[in-house]
Design a protein around this ligand. Sequence first.
Ligand code: ADP
Ligand code: MG
Length: 364
Amino acid sequence: MSFIEMKNICKKYVGADKNSVTDFNLNIEEKEFIAFVGPSGCGKSTTLRMIAGFEEITSGELKIGGKVMNETAPRDRGIAMVFQNYALYPHMTVEKNISYGLKNMKVPADEIKKKVDWAVKILGLEEYRKRKPKNLSGGQRQRVALGRAIVKNQKVFLMDEPLSNLDAKLRVSMRSEISKLHRELGSTTIYVTHDQVEAMTMADRIVIMKDGIVQQVGKPMELYEHPVNKFVAGFIGSPQMNFYDVTVDGNTVQFADGSKIILPENIIAKLGGKKDGLILGIRGEDIKLDAQNIDLYKDSVQHAVVENTEVMGNENNLYFNFGGVSTVARVSKYEISQIGDRIDFVFSPARIHFFDKATEKSLF
Ligand code: ADP
Ligand code: MG
């Protein structure tokens, strides 16, 4: 038995002509950190709100701790939730904001004090206890919102895009703070985000959704290395995976612009004889410009002229036209190229993905 069990959960909003979530199936183990990720409107918040009990489950079954929760009131589900728009009470101090919910739950005063002491310590808010929200930074306010949730000491912690109102730098530091908090509290956590980097860096497992349907569930590197379809391959990873329409003849892969590469037998064999209606995918870091790889795959060396560069310092993205589409290669800072440079490159054969163009499913 898993701690949270979701079976064929569907949501159709009243008056809507189609489901917002269809047949969501997932088992979550105790203490796991799960991220729901996907583009805006794919059903992440709807799913989270059904778990929380703020949204009715149209069909399917939700169990928490072995008990069916479909009809259980939110306050009786053993959950705490942090929203994107976590309105704090402006006239209350940090500690009052944190303790307010507990007071409502009629928790004894000495226990409230203990919990608030613990929360401000764990969140680094000790010196701000007496401040009001308007005198706090965005990150501090977000920590107060987290504090309000963690003092409830619930087994399940739900977060819906809690960092999306913060600036980029703060998001990165809050990311590791939330991960640390999760390790310390050990609460089962579901974290909703549209940001694949947040999902990749924080989650034990990622659930990636599109149009209300779960596409794949797996550990971050499983999704990165073995996406089940083109959507997952394109959504996870930055810059995005390069995709090309190709045909295969023998061991030769031909691109739309006539470019050809030769692939080893073992890779071609995995295509099961399929010759056209194929999409080849390769990540930027698997396009190689170094002498060793060029020499290793000399039968398949390609040429292009760099059209744009993104210099990140530690590594650079080179943009050029290849195979009829704009392509990005991610190279180390030691392989500096300028706009207008002619480059030679190869695709690392073992890192190539193939998708069926009609179904967009991965072929291996
Ligand atoms: P996400 O959180 O992934 O951005 P949502 O769960 O908010 O997506 O929305 C999923 C779909 O359900 C969207 O098409 C959205 O327009 C629709 N939706 C969300 N809330 C409601 C609602 N209260 N009534 C009707 N449709 C809704
Ligand atoms: Mg949402």
